[in-house]
Design a protein around this ligand. Sequence first.
Ligand code: SAM
Length: 398
Amino acid sequence: MLETTLSRSPDAKTADPRDRAAAHRLAAAALRHLGTLSAVLEPFLRKEPPEPVRAALLLGAAQLLFLETPPHAAVGTTVDLMRRRGLTPFAGLSNAVMRKVAAGGAGLLEGLDQDRLNIPPWLWSSWKTLGPGVARAIARALSHEAALDLTLRPGVAAPEGGEVLPTGSIRLPAGTRVTELPGFMEGDFWVQDAAATLPARLLAVKSGEHVADLCAAPGGKTAQLAITGARVTALERDPNRLERLKQNMERLRLDVTTVCTDAATWQPDAPLDAVLLDAPCSATGTARRHPDALWIKRPRDLAALNEAQDSLLVAAARMLKPGGRLVYAVCSLQQEEGPDRVRAAEKYGLKSDPIRPNELADLPEALTPEGWLRTHPGMWPDRGGMDGFFAARFVKAS
Ligand SMILES: C[S@@+](CC[C@H](N)C(=O)[O-])C[C@H]1O[C@@H](n2cnc3c(N)ncnc32)[C@H](O)[C@@H]1O
């Protein structure tokens, strides 16, 4: 994964945060436009270069065609990278290819179906099942860096320059550094995509209710639940991620019980009023922020995820008291992880509780005929899109 790879780089620890951010932006741009960049380079390469050379050329071309880097800088750093990485025999080739890309400029993109090129074919086919034109709308949204969305603590004013979205989130331009915003240390807000706020909202928890968040880190949804005054238990299996959740709750001054455990085997002391299951998934809905998500998953990965999702659904049903509420959510665009999972939920003693139109009056296009939530990056095209989420609500049969 891009984040993991970058954080493991020896330079990551010593680099200035701005340089780290620039490295991330550069790698993300190359991944976001991977298909387009490969098509542009193709005619300039007589034979396939070794992988590191190809990667450097992709980074160089991304700078020239999408990041507005001055040509001399993009060409110079690409050639320099070859020398520093022991690839000096390829310095001449890199110089020649980069100069051709610089000379061709935006003209090289003419006639390319960039939407199709940048999406792996299996994902394109699967997104076509979401509705006419949806695959292309998603691809278009994925070609831009995502904005920074914040969820505000009630009563707090929006940071300057923030756009208030119909669903109540605050949107700031891509690249905004959240830690530098006034109010960050005071816990006035947390980072959360506008679409990611919807599943917890649909659980409608009330002060005093006992609620569990089963797959909780880094805790955006936990914070939404806790801020209502409910008694929240946050479960997370990964100790490092749980640590991040605890730090976030501390900054936000929210009191949450945390447990480092596999939620599929945990049992509460007493049956719960409500459970949020934000299940582990392929995360294809978050590709605006994580463009690597599209390229590191394969169709065969879905089967193992589906198994985990089913066992978490069974466990969640067991934790609830009769009449207790459950929201199942995934940040995935894949039908196998959403509709296909929840259709089987009756077997686990869960009854569908369809979302009503008035509950999604600020985003009516996200309500499906079945009463589920389905967002995708192509929604709100004029505002910069949103992450892809699926959610369904249930009540435990008595
Ligand atoms: C989609 S992320 C959750 C995002 C989080 N709900 C939020 O809104 O910030 C899924 C999380 O579930 C955790 N996880 C996966 N399987 C789990 C399990 N069986 N039990 C507990 N946590 C699990 C992962 O480590 C990951 O942190």
